[in-house]
Design a protein around this ligand. Structure first.
Ligand code: 1Q0
Length: 215
């Protein structure tokens, strides 16, 4: 996957993947969740090598989840809900401090889940911004409201520096390859409620199981 240099054709396709995440009874399919993140990482890679440390971490987390999904207990890793139940029932999660399960599916997914909140906040700002809106400001505000609260000082600092070199809104819209700005805004308006649903459902499920602070 590290060597996957194929460019995605449009951000719409990536965001559409998140639509596929929800089953009829509101479970979150890991396969599509992971596919969505893969697509986002490709997008991130298009923005330049300063984001390499972010994309590396995301790729690493995706790989951990895929290893579980393709492993001998893969049938337990179909949805977020089945994964959580399986890992909790079999004591495969470090609940209070880091221990013998540093790569549990639950703690790994939680990191991506928190990043999904950043994505939701960022895309919402992008959607409602005007032509001269600053992507670096939108990005850091969204980060401060979400992921930053879980990151140590060094990571926050490095992230802040990377945000400064984000391209402006017009260049961003272009890389998204969705069409003219009105179309981007419309696409975001359609995609965001679904991303938000996936986020909320995961959040509530993790909360019910007291797992929002996994080490
Ligand atoms: C567009 C700019 C992208 C900015 C992404 C914001 C996220 C910043 C995160 C910085 C984290 C970096 C490195 C490592 C962090 C880990 O310590 C942390 C915790 O893990 P652990 O194992 O140490 O407990 N990891 C995380 O918090 C996971 C972070 C995953 C970030 C995944 C970001 C993938 C980004 C996709 C970009 C999508 C852009 C789409 C926008 C489209 C709009 C045009």
């Amino acid at each position: 996957m590290d060597n996957d240099k194929t460019l995605f054709s449009s951000l719409k396709e990536v965001l559409d993947t998140f639509k596929l995440c929800l089953s009829e009874n509101k479970e979150v399919y890991l396969e599509h969740y992971v596919a969505g993140w893969r697509g986002l990482v490709k997008f991130l890679n298009c923005l330049g090598s300063v984001f390499g440390f972010i994309s590396k971490d995301a790729v690493n987390k995706i790989k951990i989840l895929v290893t579980h999904m393709e492993g001998e207990n893969g049938s337990q890793y179909v949805t977020v809900q089945s994964m959580v139940k399986y890992e909790l029932d079999n004591e495969l999660v470090d609940l209070t401090k880091r221990g013998i399960h540093p790569e549990s599916g639950c703690r790994t997914l939680l990191r991506l889940h928190r990043a999904l909140r950043w994505l939701e906040l960022f895309l919402e700002r992008l959607r409602t911004s005007n032509e001269d809106g600053k992507t670096s400001v939108m990005c850091s505000e969204s980060y401060n409201e979400s992921l930053a609260q879980h990151h140590p000082w060094m990571v926050r600092k490095a992230a802040g520096m990377a945000f400064c070199v984000l391209p402006g809104r017009p260049a961003f819209f272009e890389v998204m390859n969705v069409g003219p700005p009105e179309q981007v805004v419309a696409m975001l308006g359609e995609a965001l409620p679904l991303i938000s649903d996936v986020y909320q459902i995961t959040e509530e499920f993790y909360a019910q199981h007291n797992m929002l602070d996994l080490p």
